[in-house]
Write a protein that binds this ligand. Structure first.
Ligand SMILES: NC(=O)c1ccc[n+]([C@@H]2O[C@H](COP(=O)([O-])OP(=O)(O)OC[C@H]3O[C@@H](n4cnc5c(N)ncnc54)[C@H](OP(=O)(O)O)[C@@H]3O)[C@@H](O)[C@H]2O)c1
Length: 314
């Protein structure tokens, strides 16, 4: 797959879990998991300055310094839109390099969108990143953002997308027409798309997909995924990640264990049949509705967003 000029595997890996505060993780096990995926066919890892306020980037930096083949993506927090260059400098010192710099969420509504996008361009011009992208932009905001760039195209939009949250489909279609890639966060719905019970970490407590999974329609999705997995003799996670591949998006599952890492690698070689795709699409039809990002966030001034994220310690 291509993200702009970057050559990436069809599946990546997300490193929010390495920030550790909102997830309960064993960092030694996590290191083994990332090492396994990055040494067995996955060459794309995603992190952000806010994950553990730099901790995730430091963790990823240690892994990728000895793995020059890995494409490294990170994100400038939405409240730092005006300081993208400074943020990217700090991120690069933790990571060693940045290949894709994304704006983590849209700037507050009082900020002219193009002003925020130009700050990303400045970071690229300063040589801090090879490509620029955004995150949590819906199709209409993305259409506007695409008109803003002067010297660097926006090559990607990272949004939530899984069989319990399919609201990104118009955006995926727009990406096909306008030449940007959709990167899917929470591809496993934080585990809720693949198993009946998930932990109650702070990261999952308010997650809409985790709630949806408990409804009769949500349970039907999990059942369909698990039945396909059983018939094919693969893990449910591999089935869901293969569904993303067939949709033309790049999923970035957040693995926590070595066993989960093996299931990501298993998914690299799995293709679903048309019937299997149809079955998952039909059963997950009720989840085409909804928002990809709570628009209310844009009404909150940047300094308050920063305060909230600092207190929440994501
Ligand atoms: N741009 C954004 O705003 C944004 C927002 C959220 C996330 N992200 C990015 O997307 C990445 C992934 O999203 P996410 O962590 O929210 O959700 P996810 O990848 O859907 O779920 C990750 C969780 O699911 C469970 N899991 C992982 N592999 C599994 C497997 N093979 N079988 C069963 N369960 C499995 C693990 O928890 P247990 O083992 O505890 O069950 C893991 O912590 C993050 O790491 C981050 O890089 C971006």
């Amino acid at each position: 797959m291509k993200i702009g000029n970057l050559d990436v595997s069809s599946i990546g890996v997300g490193a929010w879990q390495a920030g550790a505060a909102a997830w309960r993780v064993d960092l030694a096990e996590l290191r083994k998991a990332y090492e396994y995926v990055l040494d067995n066919g996955v060459n794309f890892i995603d992190t952000a300055e806010i994950y553990g306020m730099g901790k995730s980037e430091e963790f990823v930096g240690e892994l990728v310094r000895s793995r020059p083949h890995v494409v490294v993506a990170t994100k400038v927090a939405g409240f730092n839109w005006a300081k993208a260059v400074k943020s990217a400098e700090r991120s690069r010192s933790r990571l060693g390099r940045i290949d894709l710099l994304q704006l983590h969420w849209p700037p507050p509504a009082y900020v002219p969108l193009c002003k925020a996008i130009r700050e990303l361009e400045k970071a690229a011009k300063a040589g801090l990143t090879r490509e620029i992208g955004v995150s949590n932009f819906d199709a209409s905001l993305m259409e506007k953002a695409l008109t803003c760039t002067k010297s660097y195209p926006i090559v990607s939009d990272q949004v939530v997308y899984n069989p319990l949250q399919r609201a990104a489909e118009p955006l995926i279609e727009l990406g096909r027409r306008r030449g940007f890639v959709v990167i899917a966060w929470s591809p496993l719905a934080k585990g809720a798309a693949v198993k009946e019970q998930v932990g109650d970490d702070p990261a999952r407590r308010l997650d809409p997909a985790v709630k949806r999974a408990k409804t009769p329609q949500g349970r039907a999705v999990v059942k369909a995924v698990r039945e396909i997995a059983e018939r094919r003799g693969v893990s449910p996670a591999a089935v869901v990640l293969a569904w993303h591949k067939a949709k033309g998006v790049i999923p970035i599952p957040g693995v926590k264990t070595f066993a989960q890492a093996r299931e990501v690698v298993e998914a690299l070689g799995l293709e679903l049949s048309e019937d299997e795709m149809r079955r998952i699409d039909e059963v997950s039809q009720p989840f085409l509705e909804g928002d990809i990002w709570p628009g209310v966030m844009r009404a909150i001034p940047g300094f308050l967003q920063k305060l909230a994220f600092t207190i929440a310690r994501v």
